[in-house]
Design a protein around this ligand. Structure first.
Ligand code: DGJ
Length: 721
């Protein structure tokens, strides 16, 4: 593991993967990204043919072209006709030709200043490559970090302008990979509001496939990640890799198959509406990207990505700490609550063993509906019949933690904050506002706004004994245009992100014992940039158990379960109108960080008893779900009527099976479990039934399902000692 330099080759070696780069007369060429190689001798070198119409950077070698070689930097203008990784306007053009000048090997991680960065790099090593364009007078530094025990390599870039003139960056990707011609599939996590992160898989064709966001947030419709697999890859077989971005704003990710069927992959900030001015001496830092590889199919990729996120992205305080089972009052009351109602709900929850009470929207200012008061973060003591601290004490006295909803980045036109600082809202001069949920966004590119938010929320958390914060964000960015110049305006969406990260880095470091859960109308900002600060994300506003199956499944491809909030809600469900048995609602939510979001006081005695059993069982299986290895046994993505998911941890395993509709064909389903010890005996909890690991894996577990729709089963096995 680590960085090795042999002659003109750089090896960036992780646990099972490596990146090999060649320094050919200053040009950096990508020789390999994939399964680890310790000794490389150019076996896969691109044949240097006299490719017509591919430019040659030197007249002496007619066979050498940037277009036919796999590049590390996709420069613009010297014969590489693929999508560039860098476009910088200097003088009257955007031409760049970066040559390697020197390099450094650094112990540990180098942080991307002001941006989300991985942590815990005690046993990591970083290669810093310094390249220069001597005409444009630009320096490009590329950083590659290999982490012990992980098959993920992280990378980012810093551009420095040491010319005497201003330059403008139009594009600077965080990561680019050129890969050999092969039959590939590309997988992305896509969807929309209330159906986030559904897996889309397609065969790569010549041309460009891209996903992007220009919403000022990663968005419900796409995730800043792109997975490439060999076409035959399945859950358990084949080579797979993923590029992921630690960024929550406008991003792009693409694959480009060129005329030679070679493939370029890229990920970084979106070019659309992006232009960044770099004055003499200034630098620009890109977000960090993760490059993860596995030759163990999609399950292997999941394991690698989830482990890296648990060990290096989610804060150390929370990545290996069990998450509390919560009750949230949103779908129980919406805005219609008073203190009595909240206390009743908390009391009922504590009786059932629930550990955290979360007070959602509507506790502050004049916030009786979603048309007003965002920005007025003073407690409505009339509605709460006293100060917030009294409610918190009451919840704590029941042995529960207390959590609170906030939406700091927003401002309502009908708010005292707007009346005082109308200019703090993002807006373009002489244009009318664009509303979304009738609210506006604060301009976090303005340091005054960031300072105000730091103070306001630091005070809220200092004065009140709050254990958990749900940080919401319920609209996307529009009307970006109040810079003094065109360039200032174009710089705003990334400048907003820098302000956002400054704010959340401050609050989370000042209050390390508060568990923050990110939300954006569900999963509208469910990305690794956010996860560097907020260990948990509310995956979707769609709380219907059946609709949530593909959402949770998609999330599992790259993100660890411990990052995902999942709630049992009322029947009929408020989004879908579907009536699903409470057992199934419980089983589905138990595949994430379990919570409840319904009026528990309205449940029947039998339902309360079932909830109490669910809570008790979840406390036992919680380490499996939150820390275990995950196996997707039946995938709900491909129109399947069934879903099955298994977690394995510490000699235990739990399997959850859900069948959507009762059909004549699926009388019996047999699940072949994974990841068990062949010789060991596993006892099915709550019974005397004992099975060997081998029979559960190779003969399988046959389910005796009754007729009926939306039914589920959960099996919890413990290895006999
Ligand atoms: C949108 C969130 O996704 C919901 O869970 C809830 O918190 C509402 N906002 C509150 O306004």
């Amino acid at each position: 593991m680590g960085i090795t330099v042999k002659d003109n080759l750089f090896y960036i070696s992780s646990k099972d993967s490596c990146l090999i780069l060649e320094n050919r007369r200053g040009d950096l060429l990508l020789k390999h990204f994939g399964k680890k190689i310790d000794s490389y001798h150019f076996s896969n070198t691109v044949f240097e043919r006299d490719h017509a119409f591919s430019g040659n950077p030197t007249s002496e070698i007619r066979t050498y072209s940037y277009d036919t070689q796999r590049q590390v930097v996709g420069s613009y203008g010297f014969g590489d006709f693929r999508h560039p990784s860098i476009r910088v306007q200097h003088q009257n053009n955007e031409l760049t030709q970066f040559k390697l000048v020197d390099f450094d090997i650094i112990d540990g991680i180098v942080e991307a200043q002001g941006l989300p960065s991985p942590h815990s790099g005690e046993n990591a090593e970083t290669l810093a490559l310094r390249l220069e364009d001597s005409v444009a007078k630009l320096t490009l530094k590329l950083y590659y970090t290999a982490f012990e025990g992980s098959s993920t390599i992280t990378t980012f870039a810093i551009l420095n302008n040491h010319s005497d003139n201003e330059v403008v960056i139009h594009r600077l990707l965080s990561a680019m990979l050129d890969l050999p011609a092969r039959d590939y599939d590309v997988l992305t996590l896509q969807g929309a509001y209330a159906r986030e992160k559904t897996v889309r898989r397609q065969k790569l064709q010549q041309g460009t496939f891209s996903i992007s966001s220009n919403r000022g947030a990663s968005g419900h419709g796409q995730t800043p990640a792109i997975i490439l697999t060999e076409h035959q890859a399945t859950e358990g077989f084949g080579e797979t890799l993923a590029l992921q971005l630690l960024y929550s704003g406008n991003f792009q990710a693409f694959t480009q198959e060129n005329q030679l069927n070679e493939v370029r992959l890229g990920i970084g900030i979106n070019d659309d509406n992006f232009a960044w001015r770099l004055e003499k001496g200034e630098t620009f830092v890109t977000p960090v990207a993760m490059m993860t590889y596995s030759d163990q199919g999609l399950t292997g990729l999941t394991e690698e990505s989830q482990c890296f996120i648990k060990n290096h992205i989610i804060s150390k305080n929370y990545s290996h700490k069990e998450r509390p089972i919560l009750i949230n009052n949103w779908e129980a009351t919406y805005f219609d609550f008073d203190k009595k109602k909240l206390v009743e709900l908390a009391e009922e929850a504590s009786q059932l063993g629930i550990e955290l009470f979360v007070l959602d929207d509507g506790w502050f200012g004049n916030r009786f509906d979603d048309n007003r008061a965002l920005g007025d973060w003073t407690v409505n003591e009339e509605k709460l019949s006293g100060p917030l601290s009294e409610l918190i004490n009451e919840v704590h006295s029941k042995g529960m933690q207390f959590g609170l909803w906030v939406e700091p980045e927003m401002i309502s036109e009908d708010s005292d904050l707007y009346r005082l600082h109308p200019d703090w809202a993002i807006q373009a001069p002489e244009r009318s506002h664009t509303y979304s949920r009738n609210q506006l966004m604060l301009n976090l590119a303005n340091p005054q706004v960031v300072a105000y938010l730091k103070q306001t929320f630091h005070d809220l958390l200092t004065k009140n004994d709050i254990d958990y914060i749900k940080w919401d964000y319920n609209r996307n960015m529009t009307n970006v245009g109040n810079g003094d110049t065109y360039l200032e305006t174009q710089m705003q969406s990334h400048a907003y992100m820098l302000g956002f990260y400054e704010l959340v880095a401050y609050l989370t470091s000042q209050h390390p014992d508060v568990l923050f859960e990110s939300c954006s109308g569900g999963g509208g900002r469910n990305d690794l940039g956010v996860m560097c600060y907020f260990p948990q994300v509310w995956a979707s506003d769609n709380t219907d158990a059946i609709a949530r199956l593909p959402i949770q499944y998609g999330s599992s491809y790259l993100y660890p379960t411990i990052s995902m909030g999942a709630h049992v809600s009322a029947a009929p469900n408020h989004q879908m109108g579907r009536i699903t048995p409470i057992e199934t609602r419980g089983h589905v939510a138990m595949m994430g960080n379990l919570g409840y979001e319904l009026d528990l006081t309205q449940l029947t005695k039998e339902e309360k008893s079932l909830v109490s059993d669910q809570v008790a069982l979840y406390k036992k299986i919680r380490p499996l779900v939150q820390f275990g290895k995950q196996y997707r046994l039946i995938n709900p993505e491909q129109g399947s009527n069934e879903t099955a998911l298994q977690f394995v941890y510490n000699n235990q395993t739990v399997v959850t099976y859900v069948r959507i509709q009762s059909t004549i064909e699926t009388i019996e389903t047999t699940l072949k479990l994974k990841g068990l010890e062949e010789e060991a005996l596993y006892q099915l909890e709550g019974t005397n039934l004992v099975y060997s690991g081998a029979e559960l894996m190779y003969a399988g577990l046959t389910l005796d399902m009754p007729n009926g729709d939306y039914l589920s089963r959960q099996f919890y096995f413990v290895k006999q000692s």
